[in-house]
Design a protein around this ligand. Structure first.
Ligand SMILES: Cc1cc2nc3c(=O)[nH]c(=O)nc-3n(C[C@H](O)[C@H](O)[C@H](O)COP(=O)(O)OP(=O)(O)OC[C@H]3O[C@@H](n4cnc5c(N)ncnc54)[C@H](O)[C@@H]3O)c2cc1C
Length: 593
């Protein structure tokens, strides 16, 4: 008889989405198995910008410190530099990723974590270890082929690529985290919108000591504006720091209409030298690869018992650095829901909220990343680089901006405006953290959505409005500084209240008992509360009265809130929690009571 492996959740793909899913499910005590077609993890450091939303997931997993030890820190990410080549003329810089003094406070106030740069080749092994050490099973050289699903589970047909043996894996649920060419999404027939293959890009990974051109203007991205930089690609050439200042990745476009691109080592060295602007620098090519710019997302992330996430359902260029981040946060959204359903604590209908909550995020990030490409032509235009093919003429047009006449003034203005506009690529804190979910797993409190007082893409607007990320404030807990987000996570709901909110405690205890779930109640307030609101930041941020309550989901999003102590706290809390858990019949009976 052919071998069959059984597990609760089969995860196809060991990229950021699949590994984060395994780590989270394992932390929640859910049996899972990851399969990966290849013998190891990412072989090139594609993703690197690791935003605070992702760092909060790593914090919940208990690996934030390890991640920080592997990362290039926020300060090193300070500048996005626009130049003709590293050795050539510089046109301007944008202080990025919260490094502008006017933005630093926004980032510090938003999260206990720090945005940082972790190459994918470092992050994936960390996630793998987090998964495997918590009990996740990982099987390399195992290729997913196809699936059948019925009302009880999913049978995946897979091939062991070492022996050639084909066998099946039976699971209760399956996750397709198999990347931008997802076979799982294709076979499920997930509806997609947008286009693939808009332009071609190549990655050239190399070793070179570039300190003399970069150490005085630390950055992870140096944007190269020179002839050829607008062919294909992502809007301009890039010299990207992988490790300071010896390991690098060049991103350079190619004309996709000419078919698949192949590159010899000599050609790769030539491109690298052209972007550095100095061919005396010794360069050791590690690898070359190609990829395409896509603008596509799925409008449904699941079918039956199979859920897709990551690049499988949102495909976009790397601008804004949102791909791996969003993939990991897809996992954070789905994992607790699967865990509660598998433990019998929530109805399977809860899983419908995964698509409802994450599809809008996919649309936002795919659109944002593609719009960032559109912000490059105005920089080239302002420099005069698009006005002629003659290098001498282009040189004269570029130099013209240094004059004192009105045309020069207008040119400088256009250039500065175009470069400043790139804040929408390098400082979109609102896109990174500001998602507000609307689904059946969020219970509105009848208040209108809080207005955005600043630009919604650039600025994160913390709020406890149901569906928003739980705001971070620093609190004191038994002499230890903790974040409000540390009160939640670990797969549990928590109920936050304050002075006068004791009535919620009995209600929550009775309800937790009845539903068979953990529901700790944590009071935040003066000394003597469970968490001491030492700076009164919670007082001003919580959005409710002292005796109100905020129900926080395991992914640290607000599920529901009550402004005051309810007349019958148990009924109010039960109605909210049962709606979130999709225990509809019980919710109905509570509201009828
Ligand atoms: C140049 C570049 C720079 C980038 N920079 C950033 C950045 O700064 N920040 C950021 O957040 N993102 C960035 N990204 C995007 C990021 O790399 C992706 O969004 C991320 O890798 C997606 O993760 P994933 O887990 O969904 O898919 P992938 O990482 O593609 O993983 C898919 C997994 O599925 C496996 N697989 C595929 N088919 C099968 C099969 N049939 N059977 C079994 N296994 C299979 C693969 O082996 C792999 O393990 C960048 C991308 C590029 C190209």
């Amino acid at each position: 008889m052919a071998t069959q492996i059984n597990t609760d959740v089969l995860i196809v793909g060991a990229g950021p989405a699949g590994l984060a899913s395994s780590a989270l499910l394992s932390m929640y005590g859910i049996e899972n198995l990851v399969i990966n077609k290849y013998g190891w993890l990412a072989n090139t450091p594609r993703a690197h910008i690791t935003n605070q939303g992702t760092m909060q997931v790593l914090r919940d997993l208990g690996v934030e410190d390890r991640a920080m030890a592997l990362a290039s820190k926020q300060k090193l990410m300070a500048n996005n530099v626009f130049c003709h080549s590293l050795a050539g003329e510089e046109f301007g810089r944008v202080l990025s990723w919260g490094n502008h003094p006017a933005r630093r406070a926004d980032y510090e106030l938003a999260s206990p974590t720090e945005i940082c740069d972790i190459p994918q080749t470092y992050l994936e092994p960390l996630l793998l270890e987090a998964a495997a050490s918590k009990g996740g099973k990982i099987r390399f050289n195992t290729e997913y082929l196809s699936l059948d699903q019925d009302q009880d589970g999913v049978t995946a047909h897979v091939r062991d690529r070492l022996s050639g043996e084909e066998f099946t894996i039976r699971s209760k649920y399956m996750i397709g985290a198999d990347g931008a060419r997802s076979l799982v999404a294709e076979q499920l027939g997930l509806p997609m919108t947008g286009e693939m293959g808009l332009s071609g890009s190549m990655n050239i990974l190399f070793d070179a000591d570039l300190s003399k051109y970069v150490a005085h203007r630390p950055s992870v991205l140096y944007w190269i504006l020179q002839p050829g930089a607008r062919t294909g690609g992502i809007g301009a050439g890039v010299v990207r720091m992988v490790r300071p200042w010896n390991e690098w990745l060049v991103i350079w476009g190619y004309d996709i209409s000419q078919g698949e691109m192949t590159l010899t080592e000599d050609e790769a060295v030539k491109i690298v030298h052209q972007l550095i602007g100095d061919d005396t620098i010794p360069v050791k090519i590690r690898s070359t690869s190609t990829w395409t710019v896509n603008n596509m997302w799925a409008t449904e992330f699941s079918k039956g018992r199979v859920f897709c996430m990551g690049d499988a359902v949102h495909r976009h260029p790397p601008l804004n650095g949102l791909g791996s981040n969003t993939s990991i946060q897809d996992a954070y959204n789905l994992a607790w829901k699967l865990a509660l359903v598998l433990k019998g604590q929530a109805d399977a209908a809860l899983l419908d909220s995964y698509s409802a909550e994450r599809v809008p995020v996919a649309e936002t990030i795919v659109t944002r990343a593609n719009n960032s490409i559109k912000d490059y032509p105005p920089i080239f235009d302002a420099l005069g680089m698009t006005a002629s093919d003659d290098p001498a003429r282009v040189g004269a047009l570029m130099a013209a901006r240094k004059g004192s006449d009105d045309a020069a003034k207008a040119q400088r203005r256009a250039l500065n405006d175009a470069i400043r506009r790139k804040n929408y690529e390098f400082n979109t804190h609102g896109v990174e953290l500001g998602t507000r979910y609307a689904s059946a797993a969020v219970v509105p409190d009848g208040t209108p959505e809080p207005e955005y007082t600043r630009d919604a893409e650039l600025y994160y607007h913390p709020t406890t409005w149901p569906g928003a990320r739980l705001p971070h404030v620093w609190l004191d807990h038994g002499g230890k500084r903790i974040s409000s987000i540390d009160l939640g996570g670990k797969g549990r709901f928590v109920l936050l209240t304050g002075p006068g909110g004791e009535g919620w405690r009995n209600a929550a205890a009775a309800l937790a008992d009845r539903l068979g779930i953990a529901l700790p109640v944590i009071s935040i307030g003066p000394d003597g509360s469970d968490a001491h609101d030492i700076y009164a930041d919670w007082y001003y941020q919580c959005g409710i009265q002292d005796d109100g309550a905020i129900l926080v989901r395991p992914d640290n999003y607000v599920a529901w809130r009550s402004d005051r102590l309810a007349a019958d706290p148990q009924i109010a809390l039960a109605a909210a929690l049962m709606q979130v858990l999709a225990r509809r019949d019980e919710a109905r009976s509570v509201s009828a009571a």
